[in-house]
Design a protein around this ligand. Structure first.
Ligand code: CO
Length: 299
């Protein structure tokens, strides 16, 4: 609800901006490559995290992006209004994608590559596409704006994701020990990506499992499979860009309903891996590759 209100305010602001620009006859100037043109900028958009330790994933991501595009300014935006408000109370200052884009427009960027750092093209990604697209409708707006896909979009992405996951498995893990990935999961139709990941992982190694906190496959389904296959030990790995609140509490917490507690209770020894996917080069590269695709359209 709060989020809708925030978007509403920005939309109203945009409309006000739009009508005043039209009134001033700004339509005539469609070429933005003037003296004030800051050229191309990158906007990285993530759900966000309020856990300071989890920031390591974003720091790594920014390093990767700056290595790929050394001369392009990079900005950040968080799609989660809850996290933005929480950080604001602690003195942090993070923008929504809409505010970040308005600022970039104001600063004089003419081309913006908006890269989603989400895992799947779910609700957050679709909102981003719609609202970023609205900036192209404005008079005197950006010349070019593209939104890059989240980690999992094409079939090739799934292959890269599976390979990246296999590359990060703890060295000491034996074949009869399970690796259970914890994804977020969603009511959005894009939840099928987690089911697709499960299929791909199982084809590679039958002891790799994809579970979700809020979608399908559920922890109950995974637990049943582990017990059926007589698994005695499982590595729990967040399938999220950062090892934030969900990883710390839902996956590894001491509450009786955490994944660690539920599986331990079922007689499966659990080893927790507390690292976000954006901290690993191979996984971060999936997002960087998507950014490269949209950056190729910026000139
Ligand atoms: Co959540």
């Amino acid at each position: 609800m709060l989020r809708r209100t925030a978007v509403g305010v920005v939309v109203l602001w945009c409309l006000a901006f739009w009508s005043s620009a039209a009134w001033a006859g700004a339509h005539a100037d469609m070429d933005h490559a003037g003296p004030g043109d800051k050229g191309t900028g990158i906007l990285l958009v993530t759900f966000g995290t309020s856990i300071p330790e989890a920031q390591a994933a974003f720091t790594h991501m920014e390093k990767k992006v700056k290595t790929a595009f050394p001369d392009v300014p990079v900005r950040w935006a968080y799609t989660s209004s809850i996290i933005r408000r929480k950080l604001a109370k602690e003195g942090g200052d993070l923008d929504s994608p809409e505010v970040a884009l308005a600022k970039m427009m104001d600063e004089g960027f003419s081309r913006v590559a908006v890269q989603s750092l989400h895992m799947i093209p779910g609700a957050e990604f679709h909102d981003l596409q719609v609202n970023a697209g609205a900036f192209m409708e404005m008079s005197d707006g950006f010349q070019k704006l593209r939104v890059g896909y989240p980690a999992l979009s094409t079939s090739k992405d799934l292959s890269k994701a599976v390979d990246a996951v296999i590359g990060i498995l703890p060295k000491e893990r034996k074949r009869d020990e399970a690796v259970v990935l914890m994804g977020h999961g969603t009511h959005h139709p894009a939840n099928v990506y987690y089911e697709a990941m499960m299929y791909r992982l199982q084809r590679k190694d039958r002891n790799l499992y994809m579970g979700t906190v809020e979608g399908i496959p559920s922890l109950d389904e995974i637990k049943a499979m582990l017990l059926e296959r007589g698994v005695k030990k499982a590595y729990l790995v967040p399938f999220m860009s950062v090892a934030g609140d969900h990883a710390i509490n839902d996956m590894a917490g001491d509450e009786p309903d955490s994944w660690k507690s539920v599986l331990t209770e079922a007689g499966i020894e659990c080893v927790v891996v507390m690292k976000g996917l954006a901290e690993y080069d191979a996984f971060a590269d999936i997002w960087v590759d998507h950014l490269k695709v949209i950056m190729a359209h910026m000139n």
